[in-house]
Design a binder for this molecule. Structure first.
Ligand SMILES: C[S@@+](CC[C@H](N)C(=O)[O-])C[C@H]1O[C@@H](n2cnc3c(N)ncnc32)[C@H](O)[C@@H]1O
Length: 316
């Protein structure tokens, strides 16, 4: 792995022997066949055919955060750009890249004790590269870990940035509608009301007669999902940064068409792939750490075995 001086190679740091398989010529078919491949995404992503992926959905290693990849925040953008460029080439014209990432507090240097701007620098660099910055979502975590974090509250949110390749990205809002807050009687009353604008408490507002015929209310861009902690055990222990399935579900349903292809270049324990397959998308991931590859493959197999309708077999 050669991400420059900012990165610690996990394989070397844990003494795991190298020996990852070479990147094949038919990257896409290998990804679909193996579901999770053992490899470095910076080597595999350029092998994907141009425009072949509907959605890249991922949570990369955050700056300085975990033992599996220590990327200094000052070098994060430089480290990430080759991944971003390869994904841009591989994304379909109507496709997207949805990136879950989190701020951190600088632990050294002139910014010590302050929020480090690497996330914002990354977003601006992605936009300059040609990714269209569609939306910033807040993933709100009602069960965030309590503790003292200096002169600030605990971290109870993360960012999820939606970038698109072209001007008309696939986005199915109907797939992620949420239950109405108003009860059945109130919804019915609004439906019969000749003047939808009158229905807000302030006496004016958006005409709501149309929105309640859509099967649910519009979700906001704050997506509340409980964090899951330290599950999915493997030979090297448990994966410490597992994303909740609910977060992946929201973005897979909204930003990847049914039967479309979703790829997670930093697959970890395989959450994106499990969720994608469960929702009848073709789904695959790349993971650098061999133990996590094994964890994610068994997790995918277990998820299939648990499916009573056998619907998951459509995914490959
Ligand atoms: C934040 S975790 C992803 C967790 C995942 N979303 C889940 O739910 O389990 C990031 C993962 O990226 C992997 N990784 C780091 N550098 C990589 C690279 N160059 N190529 C592929 N995977 C990499 C790490 O081993 C780690 O498992």
């Amino acid at each position: 792995m050669s991400h420059g001086p900012a990165t610690v190679d996990l394989m070397q740091s844990r003494g795991t022997p190298q020996g990852r398989p070479a990147v094949p010529d038919d990257v896409l078919s290998q990804l679909l066949e193996q579901t999770i491949v053992w490899g470095d995404a910076v080597e595999w992503l350029p092998g994907l055919p141009e425009g072949s992926v509907d959605l890249f959905f991922t949570s990369p290693p955050y700056a300085d955060a975990r033992s599996y990849s220590e990327i200094h925040p000052d070098h994060y953008v430089e480290w990430f750009m080759p991944f971003a460029a390869a994904m841009l080439d591989a994304t379909a014209e109507s496709g997207s890249f949805v990136l879950n990432i989190k701020n951190r507090v600088a632990s050294a240097g002139p910014l010590r004790g302050q929020r480090h701007p690497y996330v914002y620098e990354l977003v601006l660099s992605m936009q300059r590269m040609g990714w269209r910055w569609i939306e910033t979502y807040i993933w709100s975590k009602p069960n965030a870990i309590p503790g003292r974090f200096g002169p600030r509250t605990k971290d109870s949110f993360e960012y999820v940035y939606h970038f698109a390749k072209g001007p008309k990205p696939y986005f199915d809002l109907d797939a992620v509608r949420v239950p109405y807050k108003a009860g059945h009687a109130e919804i019915n009353r609004r439906r019969l009301d000749g003047n939808g604008r009158r229905n807000t408490a302030a006496g004016f507002g958006r005409d709501r007669r149309k929105t309640y015929e859509k099967g649910g209310a519009d979700p906001g861009n704050v997506v509340e999902v409980c964090q899951t902690y330290n599950q999915h055990r493997g030979p090297a222990g448990q994966h410490t940064a597992v994303m909740p399935e609910g977060l992946a579900t929201f973005f897979v349903k909204a930003a990847c068409p049914p039967d479309g292809l979703v790829v997670d270049p930093f697959a970890g324990s395989g959450t994106t792939v499990v969720v994608g397959r469960r929702h009848q998308r073709r789904a695959a991931g790349i993971e650098l750490h061999r133990d996590y590859v094994e964890v994610s493959r068994s997790r995918i197999a277990a998820d299939e075995a648990d499916d009573p309708q056998g619907q998951l077999s459509v995914a490959v």
